[in-house]
Design a protein around this ligand. Sequence first.
Ligand code: PAF
Length: 282
Amino acid sequence: MNVITTINEMQAELLKQKSQGKSVGFVPTMGFLHEGHLTLLRQARKENDIVVLSIFVNPLQFGPKEDFSTYPRDFERDRALAECEKADYLFFPSVEEMYPTEPSVSVVVKDRTDVLCGKSRPGHFDGVATVITKLFNIMMPSRAYFGKKDAQQVAVIEGLISDFNFPVELIPVDIVREEDGLAKSSRNVNLLPHEREQAVILYKSLQAAKEEIIMGERNPARLISFIKEMITNQSDGEVDYVDIYSYPNLKPLEKIKGRIIIALAVKFSKVRLIDNLILDID
Ligand code: PAF
């Protein structure tokens, strides 16, 4: 595996590969790889000639009070894991390499951002869309792999690819979970031991809501209260949001019908966790 830290070298390598007719699978990450990322890498490995992983903790997508400085980082571990998964290139630029000057252009996402995480993280998806635009231009991938855990991110990237005509196929990959159901996340290491035990309530409450829907519940407001109550009663976590929208358009619903997302975010003492469930309801 080739570790590359400069944009020029990365672009030149991939231009060379593409000129030989090779397909490029791209897995963008912020590092501290976990099973979820490895699943993306494995799928990319199966479907492409060349696999590129990027590790870049993107300051543009963190708010002033968010965890940019404490976001977990372990490059040597990540490099070993990427090597095991047979990635061909690991792109690991510095902040100065990606943003040498104050940006003169940024991408502003207009739709699908005023709900869920976007509501409580103003500017977050602009930062994501800006860095992904840069990374797509650097990698020129055939396919790009994103985890469904960040379902709003997947919806936003879908809009970015479509609006800006990137010749990239978006591949959303299922959520990978711990044995007890907690969605894998780099941030899980920041849970205190008792919070780690309680955090399974995110998954349990989504499953319980699904059961309610199967039993006939179609009222979004009642389902939202049901989930909030479960989380509040069974953990110290503070509910940031629980919402139900159409997916991927992320529009409010009067009645549970069609493809929907039930999404939630819960704050523990040092970390905020998200999870979701996408369902197709007749
Ligand atoms: O999901 C992430 O880790 C980040 O938002 C991404 C897509 C790598 C952009 O920085």
